[in-house]
Structures are given as structure tokens and as C-alpha cells.
Design a protein around this ligand. Structure first.
Ligand SMILES: [Zn+2]
Length: 353
């Protein structure tokens, strides 16, 4: 059975030209092609039942994010071209602009600037998250896909997929960074939690610092994350085991983690989920655990994603898969096809077993 999928073409409106690696402009890895490759591969395999999400009411996002952050993102996106033009005019270079520019935050430690410009506080914590004129619409469309997916679960659908872009799990209650603006998985979980406990399992390569932040004081939402050890990889400041609580479980893994090691950590995650007893499961789905990912350092190959999908669906809970990272453009489609073949297998096993 094809997976019920929510995807908006508005995702492509967010298309920054570059990210910066020690002064060098390199291609922006979090590109619109990512979603396009996944969609076309799932379509070719007959695995997708695609729907365009209804745009959600932006004020619902205030259940998840500081309303001031949401306003900041929308206003910065709307005014981005004028702000950049003003900055370039100072240097007499406004004529060099083409009109589809992206605002890259300049970073200052908050404690240095807050006393002077507290009324102009930025909510962006790194410069991998530029904002252009299409960023707000794209981010809202991704949040809407997740919200629509949660709504499908509330209406009795067993498994659904929000093909979100930009991703969300690095966006906290009042913080945007790591390619993320609105936390799609958290918005979905907040929608589901009104009816009972929710577990989020994050299988992206990176720790979902934003999701942990949003649910830190919420005992009704369990957050479990398998990720690269933050001592050696992004986001560095969170994702350690000493942050574990009854509703927050970090399982950091070393570089070179094998498929067997990963399944072992997954079993630990599953037993935490079972003890918690949620009504719904949200999966933050990253394909950057693949060994060929430009950012990943695990030893996990493409066929493994079928087993991952089967095990997640085998838990037997109504489940929403929310797309997070994954940056190997050539293999993204194959990983998604394998994953959702596995979901189908796991779903059948769960319903007959
Ligand atoms: Zn990631």
C-alpha cells in the first residue's frame, strides 16, 4: 500500500545559493532537489499516495515556538531583499544585487549584544540557516505537511509521511539553525499530544537539539534520539547522556557505528518507548546516517533502510514519519524506497502478529 504523503511544491521556494565553510562558498546541501529526488523515486516505485497539505493557521505554531520568533522569521523573509539592499548600499554595492538574495545572520554571543539591542534580538543561532523571500512560505509549507500528517493520524490513518523541507529538528522554541526554521516534527507532536502521550524517535544522524528544547519540560512527550556523539559532531552543545530524564533519552553513537551497533541502540530506544506507552509515534527521519552522506560518519549502507522502516512500523503504533536530513542526492531516492518498503513489511507484521 502506498504511504499517505504530504508534500508542497512551495518547498522549492527556499533555495539558498551557498553555505560557508571557513570562508569558502560551497553548494547549499539542503537543496530543493532532496525532496524532488525522494518524491520521484517513491513515485517510480509506486510507493507514494501524494497530497498537497492545506496551509496551516500560523498561530497554531505558537503552541510550539515563541510567537516572537515566528514573527521574526516571517518579517525577515518578507523584508529580506530590502534589508540586504540597505546593507549593500552602505558599501555602494546595491547595484550588484540580483533580487533573490539570502540574509545570512552575523553571529554575536547574545550576552554581548543583548543589553544594547534587546529589541532587535535575532533568533538565528548559526549561519547555515539563511533567510530569503521564499523561506517563510517554504517553512510554513513544511510545517503544514507535518500538521496535515498528524491530522491524518487523528482521523484514523495508521502510517503517514510528511516530506518536509526545510527540515525542523534543530529549531527550538525560540531558536533557528542547522538548516531548520520551524520544527515540523514538534508541531505534529503538539497536535497529537492533545489526545494523549506521544513519543518522538529521532533517527537523523544529528541530535535534534531543537526538539529536545521544545519538550524539555513536557512529561507527556517522550523524545528519544540516536545520533552522532555531540562531542565530535554537530550540534556539539546538546545530545549527551547526562541530559537524560524520564522523558528524554539521548543515545550518542561513535563515528563508524555499524548496522549491528545501530540496531542495538534502536532496541534500547524501543524499550523506552514501550515503557512510556504512547498513543502515537512521530519519527524524525534522517537519511544522513548513510555511510556515503557528505555529513555522516556511520557505516550504514542503503539496503539497511528497509530494516529500519520495518522495525519502526513493527512497533505497531499510529506513526508519522517526518523528513529531516539526508544529503547524498544520488542515493536519497533509493534510501526512501527501501525505507517505505520496510514500513509496509513492518506494518503487515504488526497487524497480523
Ligand atoms: Zn542531520
Amino acid at each position: 500500500m502506498p504511504i499517505l504523503t504530504f508534500l508542497s511544491e512551495a518547498q522549492a521556494l527556499h533555495n539558498p545559493p551557498a553555505e560557508y565553510l571557513h570562508g569558502h562558498a560551497v553548494p547549499f546541501f539542503e537543496s530543493p532537489q532532496r525532496a524532488e529526488r525522494i518524491e520521484s523515486a517513491l513515485t517510480a516505485a509506486g510507493l507514494i499516495d501524494k497530497h498537497v497539505p492545506v496551509t496551516m493557521d500560523a498561530h497554531i505554531i505558537a503552541e510550539t515556538h515563541d510567537p516572537a520568533m515566528v514573527d521574526y522569521l516571517r518579517d525577515l523573509s518578507t523584508n529580506s531583499q530590502q534589508i540586504i539592499r540597505n546593507d549593500f548600499a552602505i558599501y555602494g554595492m546595491a547595484d550588484t544585487l540580483k533580487g533573490d538574495e539570502y540574509y545570512y545572520e552575523s553571529i554575536f554571543p547574545a550576552q554581548m549584544i543583548a543589553p544594547r539591542i534587546s529589541d532587535q534580538k535575532s533568533f538565528i543561532y548559526d549561519n547555515t540557516s539563511p533567510v530569503g523571500q521564499g523561506t517563510w512560505t517554504a517553512a510554513l509549507s513544511a510545517a503544514s505537511a507535518a500538521f496535515a500528517g498528524a491530522d491524518a493520524l487523528l482521523n484514523g490513518v495508521n502510517q503517514a509521511y510528511a516530506l518536509c523541507r526545510p527540515p525542523g529538528h534543530h529549531a527550538g522554541r525560540a531558536a533557528m539553525g542547522g538548516y531548520c526554521y520551524l520544527n515540523n516534527a514538534a508541531i505534529a507532536a503538539n497536535s497529537l499530544r492533545n489526545t494523549g502521550c506521544v513519543a518522538i524517535i529521532d533517527v537523523d544522524y544529528h541530535h535534534g537539539n531543537g526538539t529536545q528544547d521544545i519538550f524539555w519540560n513536557d512529561s507527556q512527550v517522550l523524545y528519544v534520539s540516536l545520533h552522532a556523539d555531540p562531542a565530535v559532531d554537530y550540534p556539539y552543545y546538546t545530545g549527551y547522556t547526562d541530559e537524560n530524564t524520564p522523558s528524554n533519552l539521548n543515545l550518542p553513537l561513535p563515528f563508524g557505528t555499524t548496522e549491528q551497533d545501530y540496531l542495538g541502540a534502536l532496541a534500547t530506544a524501543f524499550s523506552a518507548i514501550q515503557s512510556f506507552g504512547p498513543m502515537y509515534l512521530v519519527v524524525s527521519l534522517g537519511f544522513d546516517i548513510y555511510k556515503g552522506d557528505p555529513m555522516g560518519r556511520f557505516a550504514i549502507d542503503v539496503p539497511f533502510f528497509e530494516e529500519l522502516g520495518a522495525r519502526l512500523a513493527g512497533i505497531g503504533l499510529p506513526t508519522l514519519y517526518v523528513q529531516e536530513g539526508g544529503y547524498n542526492i544520488d542515493q536519497l531516492g533509493n534510501m526512501a524506497v527501501n525505507f517505505f518498503k520496510g514500513v509496509e513489511r513492518g506494518r503487515n507484521a504488526a497487524s497480523t502478529g
